[in-house]
Design a protein around this ligand. Structure first.
Ligand SMILES: N[C@@H](CCC(=O)N[C@@H](CS)C(=O)NCC(=O)O)C(=O)O
Length: 291
């Protein structure tokens, strides 16, 4: 890899497998499966294939919130997809998500299974299926969906831009870090101003907009991602801090963030979730180390 500042791109890009960086082993310029592997299927109508990254946590929080609201049809089996081991490229996973990224959902409650991929689409699908956490009234609905789609458009600049160049790239490039640090702080300020005037992003009600934004920007606000809390002075965003704490205190959020988690305190890791009782009996501190 040429890491000098006088790099000139060649006329035709070629795949340099040794380019380095944190995710180099799973990055490819082509789509499609790399190997045959069927996905497991459990007993519940909803099958979730995921991992407790911010994009994955959105869906497990949503499902736990739906269950807490009394929607028994939201019972789910959550299977872990180890993306660092390339499990997102198995043929069964690619059938559910041709984009090979977690989270992916299969709704087997009807005659024909319905696949849903992209976390925003999954949140909308579940909100519409159960008539919950997405306001019906036109203006409130528009505000909620605006913030939901704000997250989908903004987080790639935070993760793929700021996080990548600040924490993961094999060389520290001042231009890239400056550019994306500015954007990450601008995004935090967008949220801070909204949360100064409104309890939740969509308005006075907690909605799928909060469920989508919190795993990314709540984690950023608490310095939990990219080791960048001090660099971005996240404590200055007081309204984001208030909202982050408020959402973190919700019991369904506490449960949802544990599902498909394979790092951190053993008591915070529930690798697979097949029953509400699993939170009490199947976290890693209660299982044999290899389970
Ligand atoms: N826009 C997608 C992003 C999903 C995504 O980037 N997932 C990451 C984990 S957070 C992933 O599966 N990465 C594996 C890979 O890129 O191969 C969504 O919101 O669902």
């Amino acid at each position: 890899m040429n890491d000098s500042s006088d790099y000139t791109p060649p006329p035709v890009w070629t795949w340099n497998k040794a380019s380095g960086g944190h995710f180099a082993n799973i990055n490819r310029p082509i789509a499609g499966p790399t190997h045959d592997k069927l996905l497991p299927v459990g007993k519940h109508p909803l099958q979730l294939y995921s991992l407790a990254t911010p994009n994955g946590v959105k869906v497990t929080v949503m499902l736990e919130e739906l269950l807490a609201l009394g929607h028994a049809g939201a019972e789910y089996d959550a299977w872990m997809i180890r993306i660092s081991e390339g499990e997102q490229f198995g043929s069964g996973f690619v059938e559910v998500n041709p984009n090979s990224k977690i989270p992916a959902l299969l709704d087997r409650s009807g005659a024909t299974p319905v696949r849903v991929f992209e976390s925003g689409a999954i949140l909308m699908y579940l909100a519409q299926k159960f008539g919950a956490l997405l306001p019906q009234e036109r203006a409130a609905n528009a505000e909620c969906l605006s913030w939901l789609f704000w997250q989908m458009g903004s987080a790639p600049y935070l993760g793929g831009g700021f996080g990548h160049f600040y924490a993961y790239a094999p060389t520290k490039i001042e231009y890239a870090i400056d550019r994306f640090a500015m954007e990450a702080k601008r995004q935090l300020d967008v949220l801070d101003r909204r949360l100064a005037e409104s309890e939740y992003l969509g308005g006075s009600e907690y909605t799928i907009a909060d469920i989508a934004v919190w795993p990314w920007y709540g984690a950023l606000a608490k310095g939990l991602v990219y080791g960048a809390g001090e660099f971005l002075q996240v404590q200055d965003y007081k309204h984001v801090q208030r909202w982050t704490d408020q959402i973190a205190a919700r019991p369904a959020v506490k449960r949802g963030r544990m599902v498909n988690r394979s790092w951190g305190e053993p008591a915070s890791q529930l690798h697979e979730r097949h029953d509400a009782g699993d939170f009490d009996t199947r976290t890693q501190d209660k299982l044999a180390p290899s389970a």
